[in-house]
Design a protein around this ligand. Structure first.
Ligand SMILES: Cc1cc2nc3c(=O)[nH]c(=O)nc-3n(C[C@H](O)[C@H](O)[C@H](O)COP(=O)(O)O)c2cc1C
Length: 182
Protein backbone atom coordinates (compact mmCIF):
# COMPACT_ATOMS: atom_id res chain seq x y z
CA UNK A 1 0.00 0.00 0.00
CA UNK A 2 2.82 2.36 1.00
CA UNK A 3 4.67 1.41 -2.18
CA UNK A 4 1.55 2.04 -4.26
CA UNK A 5 1.24 5.51 -2.69
CA UNK A 6 4.88 6.18 -3.46
CA UNK A 7 4.48 5.08 -7.06
CA UNK A 8 1.44 7.30 -7.49
CA UNK A 9 3.51 10.20 -6.21
CA UNK A 10 1.42 10.81 -3.07
CA UNK A 11 3.18 12.31 -0.06
CA UNK A 12 2.57 11.46 3.56
CA UNK A 13 3.66 13.87 6.24
CA UNK A 14 4.80 12.90 9.68
CA UNK A 15 2.47 14.75 12.06
CA UNK A 16 4.30 17.59 13.83
CA UNK A 17 4.63 17.42 17.61
CA UNK A 18 2.17 19.97 19.03
CA UNK A 19 3.62 22.90 20.97
CA UNK A 20 2.16 25.92 22.77
CA UNK A 21 2.86 28.52 20.12
CA UNK A 22 -0.34 30.17 18.96
CA UNK A 23 -0.53 31.63 15.45
CA UNK A 24 -3.07 34.42 15.28
CA UNK A 25 -4.49 36.32 12.36
CA UNK A 26 -6.26 39.62 11.98
CA UNK A 27 -9.92 40.39 11.88
CA UNK A 28 -10.85 40.74 8.23
CA UNK A 29 -8.44 38.06 7.09
CA UNK A 30 -10.15 35.00 5.62
CA UNK A 31 -8.60 31.56 5.42
CA UNK A 32 -10.12 29.44 2.65
CA UNK A 33 -9.76 25.84 1.62
CA UNK A 34 -11.80 23.59 -0.62
CA UNK A 35 -11.98 19.81 -0.75
CA UNK A 36 -13.43 17.14 -2.95
CA UNK A 37 -16.24 14.96 -1.57
CA UNK A 38 -13.70 12.79 0.28
CA UNK A 39 -12.08 15.70 2.15
CA UNK A 40 -8.99 15.88 -0.05
CA UNK A 41 -7.71 19.45 -0.32
CA UNK A 42 -8.20 20.89 -3.81
CA UNK A 43 -7.65 24.60 -3.07
CA UNK A 44 -6.12 26.77 -0.38
CA UNK A 45 -5.86 30.56 -0.44
CA UNK A 46 -2.68 32.43 0.47
CA UNK A 47 -3.80 33.19 4.03
CA UNK A 48 -4.59 29.56 4.77
CA UNK A 49 -1.31 28.45 3.23
CA UNK A 50 0.61 31.01 5.31
CA UNK A 51 -1.02 30.07 8.62
CA UNK A 52 -0.83 26.32 8.04
CA UNK A 53 2.92 26.55 7.47
CA UNK A 54 2.70 24.15 4.51
CA UNK A 55 3.33 25.15 0.92
CA UNK A 56 0.53 25.00 -1.63
CA UNK A 57 2.20 21.96 -3.15
CA UNK A 58 2.28 20.22 0.22
CA UNK A 59 -1.40 20.94 0.91
CA UNK A 60 -3.03 20.09 -2.41
CA UNK A 61 -3.97 16.45 -2.74
CA UNK A 62 -3.69 15.81 1.00
CA UNK A 63 -6.59 14.79 3.26
CA UNK A 64 -7.74 17.77 5.35
CA UNK A 65 -6.95 15.89 8.54
CA UNK A 66 -3.35 16.94 7.79
CA UNK A 67 -4.23 20.05 9.82
CA UNK A 68 -6.10 18.17 12.57
CA UNK A 69 -4.99 19.05 16.08
CA UNK A 70 -5.12 16.26 18.69
CA UNK A 71 -7.05 18.60 20.99
CA UNK A 72 -10.00 18.64 18.56
CA UNK A 73 -12.82 16.31 19.67
CA UNK A 74 -13.69 13.73 17.02
CA UNK A 75 -17.39 14.25 17.71
CA UNK A 76 -17.20 17.74 16.14
CA UNK A 77 -15.92 16.27 12.86
CA UNK A 78 -18.59 13.56 12.99
CA UNK A 79 -21.19 16.32 13.25
CA UNK A 80 -19.51 18.34 10.49
CA UNK A 81 -19.54 15.43 8.03
CA UNK A 82 -23.14 14.49 8.94
CA UNK A 83 -24.34 18.01 8.11
CA UNK A 84 -22.23 18.36 4.96
CA UNK A 85 -23.29 14.98 3.56
CA UNK A 86 -26.92 15.96 4.20
CA UNK A 87 -26.29 19.03 2.04
CA UNK A 88 -26.27 21.45 5.00
CA UNK A 89 -23.71 24.05 5.95
CA UNK A 90 -22.17 24.15 9.40
CA UNK A 91 -20.39 26.66 11.61
CA UNK A 92 -17.64 25.26 13.85
CA UNK A 93 -14.85 26.40 16.12
CA UNK A 94 -11.75 24.44 15.16
CA UNK A 95 -8.21 24.39 16.50
CA UNK A 96 -5.74 23.43 13.79
CA UNK A 97 -2.21 22.11 13.96
CA UNK A 98 0.37 24.08 11.96
CA UNK A 99 3.35 22.44 10.30
CA UNK A 100 5.67 23.84 12.98
CA UNK A 101 3.58 22.24 15.76
CA UNK A 102 1.89 25.53 16.68
CA UNK A 103 -1.86 25.94 16.72
CA UNK A 104 -4.47 28.37 15.42
CA UNK A 105 -8.14 28.69 16.30
CA UNK A 106 -10.67 29.47 13.59
CA UNK A 107 -14.38 30.12 13.29
CA UNK A 108 -15.21 28.05 10.20
CA UNK A 109 -18.23 28.14 7.95
CA UNK A 110 -18.20 24.97 5.87
CA UNK A 111 -20.56 24.52 2.94
CA UNK A 112 -21.28 21.88 0.31
CA UNK A 113 -21.05 22.81 -3.39
CA UNK A 114 -23.55 21.32 -5.83
CA UNK A 115 -23.70 20.63 -9.54
CA UNK A 116 -26.73 21.61 -11.63
CA UNK A 117 -28.53 18.37 -10.80
CA UNK A 118 -28.07 18.90 -7.05
CA UNK A 119 -25.26 16.39 -6.49
CA UNK A 120 -22.61 17.38 -3.96
CA UNK A 121 -19.34 17.95 -5.82
CA UNK A 122 -17.14 19.23 -3.00
CA UNK A 123 -16.90 21.36 0.12
CA UNK A 124 -15.70 24.85 0.92
CA UNK A 125 -14.45 26.22 4.26
CA UNK A 126 -14.24 29.94 5.01
CA UNK A 127 -12.46 30.68 8.30
CA UNK A 128 -12.49 33.91 10.24
CA UNK A 129 -10.83 34.99 13.44
CA UNK A 130 -12.77 33.54 16.36
CA UNK A 131 -14.27 35.71 19.03
CA UNK A 132 -12.03 35.55 22.16
CA UNK A 133 -15.11 35.36 24.40
CA UNK A 134 -16.38 32.51 22.26
CA UNK A 135 -13.07 30.73 22.62
CA UNK A 136 -13.29 31.03 26.38
CA UNK A 137 -16.58 29.08 26.15
CA UNK A 138 -15.31 26.51 23.66
CA UNK A 139 -11.95 25.56 25.17
CA UNK A 140 -13.37 23.95 28.36
CA UNK A 141 -16.14 22.23 26.37
CA UNK A 142 -13.67 20.69 23.90
CA UNK A 143 -11.35 19.65 26.76
CA UNK A 144 -14.26 17.87 28.42
CA UNK A 145 -15.28 16.19 25.16
CA UNK A 146 -11.72 14.99 24.50
CA UNK A 147 -11.40 13.66 28.05
CA UNK A 148 -14.57 11.59 27.64
CA UNK A 149 -13.53 10.49 24.15
CA UNK A 150 -10.18 9.18 25.35
CA UNK A 151 -11.88 7.07 28.01
CA UNK A 152 -15.21 6.12 26.41
CA UNK A 153 -14.80 6.83 22.71
CA UNK A 154 -16.92 9.02 20.46
CA UNK A 155 -20.20 7.69 21.91
CA UNK A 156 -19.20 9.07 25.31
CA UNK A 157 -18.39 12.54 23.96
CA UNK A 158 -21.59 12.56 21.92
CA UNK A 159 -23.64 12.12 25.09
CA UNK A 160 -21.77 14.98 26.79
CA UNK A 161 -22.20 17.28 23.78
CA UNK A 162 -25.91 16.51 23.48
CA UNK A 163 -26.60 17.19 27.14
CA UNK A 164 -24.53 20.42 27.05
CA UNK A 165 -26.52 21.68 24.04
CA UNK A 166 -29.87 20.44 25.37
CA UNK A 167 -29.35 22.51 28.50
CA UNK A 168 -28.83 25.56 26.29
CA UNK A 169 -31.76 24.68 24.02
CA UNK A 170 -29.53 25.07 20.97
CA UNK A 171 -27.98 22.85 18.36
CA UNK A 172 -24.19 22.98 17.87
CA UNK A 173 -24.39 25.26 14.84
CA UNK A 174 -26.64 27.78 16.66
CA UNK A 175 -24.43 27.68 19.74
CA UNK A 176 -21.32 28.42 17.66
CA UNK A 177 -23.04 31.19 15.71
CA UNK A 178 -24.20 32.78 19.00
CA UNK A 179 -20.82 32.72 20.69
CA UNK A 180 -19.10 34.08 17.59
CA UNK A 181 -21.50 37.01 17.48
CA UNK A 182 -21.82 37.60 21.24
C1 LIG B 1 -14.04 21.86 3.43
C2 LIG B 1 -13.47 21.13 4.64
C3 LIG B 1 -12.57 21.78 5.45
C4 LIG B 1 -12.03 21.14 6.56
N1 LIG B 1 -11.15 21.83 7.33
C5 LIG B 1 -10.57 21.21 8.39
C6 LIG B 1 -9.62 21.89 9.18
O1 LIG B 1 -9.31 23.07 8.97
N2 LIG B 1 -9.07 21.21 10.21
C7 LIG B 1 -9.39 19.91 10.51
O2 LIG B 1 -8.84 19.35 11.46
N3 LIG B 1 -10.31 19.26 9.78
C8 LIG B 1 -10.91 19.87 8.74
N4 LIG B 1 -11.85 19.21 7.99
C9 LIG B 1 -12.28 17.86 8.44
C10 LIG B 1 -11.32 16.79 7.99
O3 LIG B 1 -11.69 16.37 6.69
C11 LIG B 1 -11.36 15.57 8.94
O4 LIG B 1 -12.65 15.05 9.02
C12 LIG B 1 -10.89 15.91 10.36
O5 LIG B 1 -9.63 16.53 10.34
C13 LIG B 1 -10.83 14.67 11.25
O6 LIG B 1 -9.98 13.75 10.68
P1 LIG B 1 -10.03 12.20 11.05
O7 LIG B 1 -11.46 11.79 10.91
O8 LIG B 1 -9.13 11.54 10.10
O9 LIG B 1 -9.56 12.12 12.46
C14 LIG B 1 -12.41 19.82 6.88
C15 LIG B 1 -13.32 19.16 6.05
C16 LIG B 1 -13.86 19.81 4.95
C17 LIG B 1 -14.86 19.10 4.09
Amino acid sequence: MELLGFLKGSRRFRKPRPNDIEHRFSQGEILVSKTNTRGIITYANEKFIALSGYSQKELLGQPHNLTRHPKMPRIIFKLLWKELKAGQEINAYVVNLAKDGGYYWVFANVTPSFDVTGNIIGFHSTRRRPNRKGLAAIRPLYELLRKHEIVGGIDASEIILHSFLKEKGLDYDEFIFNIQHS
